[in-house]
Write a protein that binds this ligand. Sequence first.
Ligand SMILES: Nc1ncnc2c1ncn2[C@@H]1O[C@H](COP(=O)(O)OP(=O)(O)OP(=O)(O)O)[C@@H](O)[C@H]1O
Ligand SMILES: [Mg+2]
Length: 408
Amino acid sequence: MSKGELIVGLDIGTSAVRVIIGELSGHSVNIIGVGTAKSDGIKKGSIIDIDKTVVSIRSALDHAERMVGITIHAAYIGVSGNHIGLDPSRSVIAVQSEDREITEEDVERVVAAARTINLPPEREIVDVVPREYTVDGLGEVSDPRGMLGVRLEVDAYVVTGAKTALHNLLRCVERAGIEVLGTVFMPLAAAELVLSEDEKKLGVVLADIGAGSTTLTIYERGVLSKYAVIPLGGDNVTSDITVGLQTGTDSAESVKLKYGVAEVAQALEEEKFKVSRIGSNVQNEFTSVDLAYIIEPRMQEIYQFILREVERLGYSQGLPGGYVFTGGGMLLKGAGHLAELELNSPVRIAYPDFVGVRDPSYVGCVGLIHHIARFYRRSTGNATASNRRVKSGAGAFQRLKNWIQDFI
Ligand SMILES: Nc1ncnc2c1ncn2[C@@H]1O[C@H](COP(=O)(O)OP(=O)(O)OP(=O)(O)O)[C@@H](O)[C@H]1O
Ligand SMILES: [Mg+2]
């Protein structure tokens, strides 16, 4: 194996735990390992059983380790969910150098200053997202490094989460034998990976339809603007199928993956399958059309919820850049077309452009690796890569804080 630095990212989702190993190579990052395991112990994005979650994490890590032939000691963790909030924050600093050129350190200092907000005791900072900078009164600066000025301001979002949810997440990862190097607000990392500059400038909705929930991240004028979570996802489709076909969850899930279609108009009568009736050995036969009659209204409902939420967030006319979808829920056949009809907007489905992960459900985790790689390249080399052990004996949160100080 080459000697490049390795970065490991972990996405602990409702249906699956995903591990990605990235290797830094020059100015890019290559994905060299992927591990997935069925998630147990997570409901609607929240941990409800620590032991089961630890087993799932361990199993995904084992897969990735075997693929690459290394032992993973430390990783970055993706965070999202309905306990996450964005708190606006502004800070100002005086530029330090004598020639008034704004340096990386000035940017780090102003962003670090934006972290100082009043937080209720049950909240914890996950990440700080700079939105735009102002240099000597000139606003809308996206990268002030190299500019001349005496006064540097930042308009940022402090991403906060519920302490309990974050502690449980970190505890599970640590109990799986992994050191937590940092947490990343995953919807932001996903947006960095799949949204174009034009989409962000025009205004766009990034919608991740997962198993337990749908996450909306809105960009406008090039910057992150809103974030919301709708408690509906692919699991709702599956549970409708269990009711409609009177069968168990596993067989409902498997027929959804094999025969499911989002629109009745696209389903085929000739496509027939059998499922066993719950609690008996009786096998009932259905067609893909029967299945689509169950799936279509639920998918329509999810899209209508998205539409209403986007309206509630202040965009009653939608956004000119339309919708970019990610998440496993969009692997359903015809999901993109139905979205276009329901949302009456341009729709595209995004996936990472890398071998082995060309799947919309990997966008969050691949985005995470890219996000870390970007900061890693910018940092001065004191960052800890995931394949090296951190020497500090401090707890995860202290390290996390150190890490955030290091990187922003
Ligand atoms: N081929 C497919 N057809 C239909 N649905 C699919 C397909 N593949 C995956 N799904 C659905 O996608 C969902 C899983 O998506 P994803 O992996 O993005 O969720 P997650 O990250 O585990 O969950 P969450 O983000 O909600 O915590 C499941 O409901 C699954 O049934
Ligand atoms: Mg997810």
